[in-house]
Design a protein around this ligand. Structure first.
Ligand code: KG4
Ligand code: ZN
Length: 315
């Protein structure tokens, strides 16, 4: 439950990580079944914790995509049912745009234009937002996202799921001993992480490695690339703020490095609170408020859009 000024009245997250951990990754059918079982309970809990009743709500916001089809379908059919029952409009939100708004939750001082880096399990996007809600895509990954690469390597190491926090924790005790490649670091604003993942895998298969150093070398290569590209975008675009969001922005190592290595004044760096870096509904509510104020109502005629892209700036 999010208020119009982006104060978070309650934020309830039902994590499926323990369920996925048993299988070493996400199994779509299990994920959507879990959604179906939990979603009403989570909505009820969010209303209770916010001390709100449905009649007080302005709208029901829901993720339209990108994401797993079954999970999106559960969310959308639930949101539409609640919208009907409560007589509220339903606002379909782009999951990526939700992440972009996560850094604005509970703070009103974010200045635009901003350069935004979104690094999650499915995406790695570099964006120029000339103003709130208006995006120009500067670069994106040509293959894996860093989160996805972390998840895959952690699985091969038998370390569990999700891999990002596990690799990051091990990395804190290791050093960058293996100097893995920094793909595309010297050119442009696009990313590529599959070559790095392959280099890590080769070291793994060769069997001669220290696990902490492997994690530290892998994370260092990823974060070096992210920071190099951000600094390149900063030089080109001269933004007022730099915003880093998405699950990988929960990494304490990355957060610390961003604070020291970006070529901007410290107060220009905007990071979401840790709990809003990884997937959550509060950021979807924040994006919905922007849509309500700036766009015509969507109406009820929308369905899941598993491969939805971030919309480009109009005009
Ligand atoms: O944004 P998110 O919660 O879900 C997607 O939209 O994909 O991001 C999840 C990704 C996973 O790949 C996970 O391994 C990574 O974020 N992640 C982290 C950390 N916490 C989550 N990566 C590095 N360090 C972390 N602490
Ligand atoms: Zn996400």
């Amino acid at each position: 439950v999010v208020a119009e000024d982006l104060e978070v009245c309650s934020s309830v997250v039902n994590t499926q990580a323990p369920e996925h951990e048993k299988h070493g990754g996400v199994i779509p059918e299990l994920a959507s079944r879990e959604h179906l079982l939990r979603i009403i309970g989570v909505v009820e809990q969010a209303l209770i914790e916010a001390d709100t009743k449905p009649a007080d709500l302005r709208a029901v916001a829901v993720t339209r995509g990108p994401g797993l089809l079954g999970c999106l379908a559960v969310g959308i059919s639930t949101a539409k049912s609640l919208g009907l029952a409560w007589d509220k409009p339903v606002v379909p939100v782009n999951h990526l745009e939700g992440h972009l708004f996560s850094a604005e939750l509970e703070r009103a001082d974010v200045r635009y234009p901003a350069v935004i880096l979104l690094v999650s399990g499915g995406h790695c996007l570099l964006i120029d937002a000339r103003e709130r809600g208006r995006y120009e895509l500067l670069g994106q990954t040509r293959d894996d996202s860093p989160g996805e690469a972390f998840d895959k390597v952690a699985r091969e190491l038998g370390l569990g799921y999700p891999g990002g926090p596990i690799i990051d924790r091990l990395a804190a005790n290791g050093k960058d001993a293996y100097r893995f490649p920094r793909p595309l670091a010297s050119e442009g604003l696009d990313f590529s992480f599959s070559g790095l993942k392959t280099a890590v895998r080769r070291r793994l298969e060769a069997g001669s490695y220290e696990v902490d150093d492997l994690a530290a070398s892998f994370a260092a290569a990823c974060y070096d690339v992210l920071i190099t590209k951000l600094n390149r975008a900063i030089a080109e675009r001269e933004p007022e703020s730099v915003i880093v969001v998405g699950g990988v922005a929960a990494s304490p190592i990355l957060r610390e490095r961003l604070r020291h290595e970006l070529t901007i004044p410290p107060e220009a760096l905007i990071l979401p609170a840790l709990k809003y870096a990884t997937d959550n509904a509060a950021m979807i509510g924040a994006a919905a408020w922007w849509q309500i104020a700036n766009e015509p109502p969507a109406g009820g005629n929308f369905g899941p859009s598993p491969r939805l892209a971030l919309r480009a700036a109009p005009g």
